[in-house]
Ligand binder design. Structure first.
Ligand SMILES: [Fe+2]
Ligand SMILES: [Fe+2]
Length: 187
């Protein structure tokens, strides 16, 4: 019999897992649209963020299975609009996860001393902050005219926590301390 605290951890992990997989699906579609619009830098950013969301999903799924849960998710329908609108949608989604979703899950996980779940949530939340910053920069760049959003770019994605950056920032990941040499380069 699963204890009540475990049940809430499992349902939060499941919700987070589903959210990350849906974000992954949206960003992949947004990348295709950006490429079609000649916004290759934005396409690179969507691909990098999509990879990070996939890493979050598998981290959540690992903890979920360890707690006896099953990782299943439904991909909800979404609309692909212009790249500028897609960037704004993506930014809004990240902001929601940073301000509401993960902080709420973290409070519950910490009160249960559920360290594996808490770590998975913290890593995702820290990476979402990097996505929010990058999306915000992209929106500003696009609204200002032809900017970095047009040229294909290389992003660095931490394969452990999904931290995403335009350039190497340190020897180790600022969020999870993983060695930067093991980051994935996504274009
Ligand atoms: Fe994200
Ligand atoms: Fe990391």
């Amino acid at each position: 019999m699963v204890a009540t605290e475990d049940e809430s951890a499992v349902s939060n992990l499941l919700a987070a897992y589903e959210g990350e997989l849906n974000a992954h699906a949206r960003y992949k579609a947004f990348a295709v649209k950006a490429e079609a619009e000649g916004m290759n830098g934005a396409a690179s950013l969507f691909r990098a963020a999509a990879r990070a969301e996939q890493i979050h999903a598998s981290n959540h799924a690992r903890v979920l299975r360890r707690m006896g849960g099953e990782a299943t998710a439904e991909i909800r329908p979404f609309r692909v609009k212009s790249t500028l609108e897609n960037l704004k949608t993506a930014l809004g989604g990240e902001q929601h996860e940073i301000d509401k979703l993960y902080p709420q899950f973290l409070i519950q996980a910490s009160s249960q001393l559920d360290t594996a779940a808490a770590r998975s949530f913290v890593w995702a939340m820290e990476a979402e902050k990097t996505h929010a910053r990058l999306y915000e920069d992209a929106v500003v760049a696009m609204e200002a005219g032809p900017g970095w959003t047009q040229e294909q770019l290389e992003f660095h994605v931490c394969t452990l926590c999904g931290y995403t950056a335009k350039n190497q920032e340190a020897d180790n990941c600022p969020a999870c301390n993983f060695v930067w040499d093991r980051f994935e380069r996504i274009r």
